[in-house]
Write a protein of this length. Structure first.
Ligand code: OGA
Ligand code: NI
Length: 356
């Protein structure tokens, strides 16, 4: 068993390379460093048998075509979305109005950042997560097992960076894409408000679309994919998350105690409910990349990750009654992100700490 000092020396040395997991792969390693090894409990969950046949379901795909003009269609979509949000916490959407070339350019821009000359990207490497743009590997690697991925992150609303604060290789597409995400987010929050029986603007008026942070995840091929994960299981710190994944696959959601694959659906975006919006916020993870090509995903979170944010959120008063009392107390997003950060250390989800 290695000591925690070895672990922390290893993690610090890794961090100081500033080239992340991709740097390890590029150096030609054939075994992954022990700081990336999953815990015995996680390893067991990776070897668990697949779901029995009748449970081999997949998350619903919802077609958004016409929802803004055809009220019958809209009612139908609202019903499906409400059900998906409650039962799965996850669904895919197609015909969301974002042109395919924008999706493609966003994936390629993210690839471009991660695959550029290491010297050019090193200057963005930091653990100061309040910076408008940052590149890092595993925000919690100094305290928990590393996942086989590197990340870039950019706070895009309410106070977007100017183009000269962003790496030239993908600044423009990032800003274009984040605006499109904002428009889609507004539509999704309208539909989710309606699914809750509220007026369409309710969640928007609560400022659920006010804060936006974008992530670009890069999962290099992993030489020992049975020993680690791409991202360990977690719930998201957001109200909702909009995820764009390439064709490689690997994202899984926990449903009825089984890990279910979220397949790549051409042109689709994956939506999931985060901790801040209670339908259900479902645990998910990404397996370590078994293919020979890197896997890329781009994630739009409606919330602020690790940034100070004094805004208060609480239960929706209109939905409370004697039969349906508040489950969580009012919190600021700063309080939530502090709990999120420490919950990584103590390995329990942040949400239960705010129960009434
Ligand atoms: C995340 C996440 C999944 C993916 O970044 O929170 O769950 O497919 N990502 O990259
Ligand atoms: Ni996630």
């Amino acid at each position: 068993m290695e000591s925690s000092t070895d672990r922390s020396t290893q993690a610090k040395a890794f961090d100081e390379t500033k080239t992340g997991v991709k740097g390890l792969v590029d150096s030609g390693i054939t075994k992954i460093p022990s700081m990336f090894h999953a815990s015995p409990v996680t390893l067991a969950s990776m070897q668990a048998p697949p779901p029995p046949h009748h449970k081999q379901l997949t998350i619903p795909t919802i077609d958004l075509k016409g929802v803004s003009v055809d009220m019958t269609k809209r009612r139908n979509v609202v019903e499906k979305m409400g059900e998906a949000a409650e039962k799965w916490g996850f669904f895919q959407v197609v015909n969301h109005g974002i042109p395919e070339d924008v999706l493609e350019r966003m994936i390629e821009g993210t690839r471009g950042f991660h695959e550029q000359d290491p010297e050019a990207k090193k200057k963005f490497y930091t653990r100061d997560y309040a910076r408008k743009f940052h590149y890092t590997s595993n925000f919690d690697v100094l305290t928990s097992p590393g996942g086989w991925r590197d990340s870039l992150a950019c706070y895009t609303a309410p106070d977007p960076p100017s183009l000269d604060e962003l790496p030239p290789i993908f600044g423009e597409i990032m800003m274009e894409y984040s605006k499109k995400m904002m428009n889609l987010g507004e539509l999704l929050f309208e539909l989710l408000s309606e699914a809750l029986g509220l007026s369409p603007n309710h969640l928007k008026d609560m400022d659920c679309t006010k804060f936006q942070v974008m992530f670009g995840q890069y999962y290099p091929p992993c030489p020992e994919p049975n020993l680690t994960l791409g991202i360990y299981k977690h719930t998201d710190f957001s109200f909702i998350t909009i995820l764009l994944q390439d064709k490689i696959g690997g994202l899984q959601v926990l449903h009825d105690q089984y890990w279910i694959d979220v397949p790549h659906v051409p042109g689709a975006l994956v939506i999931n409910i985060g901790d801040l919006l209670q339908f259900i916020s479902v645990e998910h993870r990404v397996i370590a990349n078994r293919s020979i090509k890197p896997r890329i995903s781009v994630i739009c979170f409606f919330s602020t990750f690790m940034k100070e944010n004094p805004q208060v959120y609480g239960p929706i008063k209109e939905l409370l009654s004697e039969q349906n009392p508040a489950k969580y107390r009012d919190i600021t997003l700063t309080e939530f992100s502090n709990m999120f950060r420490s919950s990584v250390v103590i390995d329990t989800p942040p949400l239960p700490h705010f129960k009434m």
